[in-house]
Design a protein around this ligand. Structure first.
Ligand SMILES: [Fe+2]
Length: 310
């Protein structure tokens, strides 16, 4: 039994240096739904998301991930969140986030800032209002890719599977046969992954991914960015991953935060029957890019995690 029930990955907060410049990138170009601007914070979401927001851009430096947000399954789960993390020596703090009741912020044992809450204001999705869609558009948050501060990813994996209740879907082995990266899905959504974790020297943010309706939506964004002369914003793809099978287009926002447009992964219909897919080190090339194209030089660059000062 997990220590508490996570319903799903629900949102992320990123620091950006200039809100207006970030708004142009995320809203005007990519097509995020702009929900609300509140001083130095911008609240965004995809077109199929009913909750108030799934991405918060905050003016602040250094830029990078402020926290990843998870919805728990009941208000009582928040009490379990508190006792679980406190018993592991982590500080648990009440955190005020717009449109959210009773959120708890934790820096977990691997250095990652996580926000847990049960209730966020539900403002409804854009549904069939195709006339207001623009950009890709981003449909819904799909996954977050994090570096965990650990020398042994098995520790991180035990934490995610046994304590947080995630299901291991795929993993990648290093040359020594130890796990380097793992993909995990939650107990409710059963996509290829909601979280990817990698062994890292320090907690790190690699990217956040949004689902798009179809592959052509990625091509459209690449075309738009190229027409605007923003070639440096297109980092990788469009292409297909071996691991998770998804199509990808990786972008860098004006501050270098990496955002992935993602599409076409699988759904796990029978999680109790699932056998995690193993990728050996020799398979690295097509594990990462099924079409065998090399990753760009700056692919290993990560952004910092910058938990809010409390
Ligand atoms: Fe990804």
């Amino acid at each position: 039994m997990p220590a508490f029930n996570i319903h799903r990955l629900s949102h992320a907060a990123l620091n950006v240096s200039n809100i207006e410049r970030a708004r142009e990138f995320y809203v005007d170009i990519l097509g995020f739904v702009e929900v609300e601007k509140n001083g130095d914070e911008l609240y965004l979401k995809g077109v199929e998301e009913g909750q108030h927001h799934s991405l918060i851009l905050k003016k602040g430096e250094p830029t990078g991930l402020v926290y990843a947000g998870f919805r728990v399954s009941s208000p009582e789960d928040l009490d379990r969140v508190r006792s679980y993390y406190e018993s592991r020596g982590c500080r648990v703090t009440k955190y005020k986030e717009k449109a959210v009741d009773d959120a708890l912020l934790v820096i977990d044992m691997f250095g990652v800032p996580m926000l847990f809450y049960y209730d966020m204001e539900y403002t409804g999705d854009l549904g069939l209002r195709f006339n207001v869609y623009k950009g890709a558009p981003p449909v819904r948050i799909h996954h977050v890719n994090l570096g965990l501060k650990t020398h042994d990813l098995e520790e991180g994996l035990r934490y995610y599977t046994e304590d947080l209740g995630f299901i291991l879907t795929e993993y990648f082995l290093g040359p020594d046969g130890s796990k380097q990266i793992a993909w995990l899905t939650g107990r409710y959504i059963h996509s290829s992954h909601e979280v990817a974790i990698a062994k890292a020297g320090d907690a790190a943010f690699h990217h956040i991914a949004y689902y798009v309706f179809e592959f052509r939506d990625m091509v459209r964004i690449a075309d738009i960015l190229a027409s605007l002369g923003m070639w440096d914003s297109i980092e990788r793809g469009p292409g297909r991953h071996g691991a998770t099978r998804g199509f990808h287009l990786y972008l860098r926002d004006p501050d270098g935060n990496r955002i992935e447009l993602y599409q076409g992964d699988y759904v796990i219909l029978d999680p109790d029957k699932w056998k995690p897919i193993e990728w050996r080190y020799e398979q690295a090339r097509y594990r990462s890019d099924f079409w065998g194209r090399p990753t760009p030089e700056r692919w290993r660059e990560v952004k910092q995690v910058i938990p809010p000062s409390l």
